[in-house]
Ligand binder design. Structure first.
Ligand code: SF4
Length: 357
């Protein structure tokens, strides 16, 4: 049996199995035994947890918390609102649309790791929302919509599917003339790097004019190991670039040191920081959310000028009308007809000529 399948079959998703890795606190135990929620992760990812610290950044993302019962700010039926599922346009359940030329194509609701902060938790974690994930129906819809040039294959985690199924989806999509690119959103390079097998590399690697891009999700430097580095290198050998889409999470990466360390360490394993998302208002995740400005402040205080420019992600609030980027607002301090006054990351000021149009 392949190691990645073994990892999934031995998923750590019971109190007993979790106790064999970490010292579960009474609060964690009560959450696990009383909350009606899907949870669990791979033996690999759980082995990266601090066994004695309930505030370990990996543990907080994986182990259910009683705080999930609090819901002051979450929007009910969040995914229906966020993914514009309640509109006049008739689409298969598998197709989520916020833009004219690109869509998200949901092909599974299964994950290797059930993130406590998942914005799709109503579908993936709580399972209150049932969607029909018919791959052929989705492909047919894409074929009929010539304005679609970019398909994001998502879930759940699409790399949980078999090599054959992934190969089928890619092949069918590449038969569609108007498609220009295929993207996968998968957390496997982080939570199950064993998934990047030779078999999967064969599926991904032949040269084709329609490229494949991958975005993964890593939220703390502690999640990155030598295995991550090898998996990403193998993906790059297939011509597949890997970007990161982190989520800004209170107590996990919302301080200058953790935020900078995360983005610096991503580059050491060849993952390009792409987005940092504000933690979305799905129900039951109030405890992970910061003020909205926080991400822009962290880019100002931890990244821009403080480290290599490649380490800089774009900070966005992902809404029902698309992603809204927020950037630090301190760069232009003053403007006259003659010149601008600009400020750098150290607070130093400089002048720059104002050129009329
Ligand atoms: S891997 Fe993605 S879809 Fe799955 S639980 Fe985590 S955030 Fe949600």
């Amino acid at each position: 049996m392949e190691e990645w399948v073994e990892q999934l079959q031995n998923s750590v998703n019971t109190l007993e199995s979790l106790k064999s890795y970490i010292n579960v606190t009474p609060e964690e135990e009560e959450a696990i035994t009383t909350l009606n929620t899907k949870w669990g992760t791979t033996p690999y990812f759980v082995s990266l947890m601090d066994p004695d610290d309930p505030n370990c950044p990996i543990r907080m993302q994986v182990v259910p918390s009683l705080k999930e019962k609090e819901n002051r700010y979450g929007i009910p039926n969040y995914l229906i609102w966020k993914e514009n599922r309640d509109t006049d346009e008739v689409r298969p359940d598998s197709i989520a649309r916020q833009y004219h030329d690109r869509i998200a194509f949901t092909v599974t609701d299964v994950c290797a790791n059930y993130c406590r902060h998942c914005f799709r938790k109503e579908l993936v974690v709580d399972r209150d929302l049932k969607l029909r994930m018919d791959v052929d129906e989705g492909i047919e819809w894409i074929r009929e919509h010539e304005e679609i040039r970019d398909v994001l294959i998502t879930g759940g985690d699409p790399f949980i599917l078999s090599d054959d199924k992934i190969e089928y989806i890619i092949r069918k999509l590449r038969e569609i003339d108007h498609l220009e690119m295929i993207r996968f959103g998968t957390r496997t390079p982080i939570v199950l790097p064993h998934r990047i097998t030779e078999g999967l590399q064969k599926v991904l690697s032949p040269y084709h004019k329609i490229p494949i891009w991958i975005n993964t999700q890593c939220n703390h430097a502690k999640e990155i190991t030598d295995k991550t580095g090898k998996a990403v290198f193998d993906l790059l050998k297939c011509g597949v670039n890997v970007g990161n889409q982190a989520v800004l999470l209170k107590g996990i990466n919302d301080d200058v040191e953790s935020f900078r360390a995360l983005h610096q360490k991503l580059l050491t394993v060849r993952i390009r920081p792409y987005y940092v998302f504000y933690c979305e208002p799905a129900p039951g995740m109030d405890h992970f959310r910061t003020p909205v400005e926080k991400g822009a402040e962290l880019i100002r205080d931890a990244i821009r000028g403080h480290t290599t420019g490649l380490a800089q992600p774009m900070y966005v609030v992902a809404t029902n009308i698309g992603k809204i980027p927020l950037i630090p607002d301190y760069y232009i301090m003053d403007k006259t007809d003659q010149e601008y006054t600009l400020k750098n990351y150290q607070g130093k000021l400089t002048k720059w000529p104002n050129i009329p149009e």
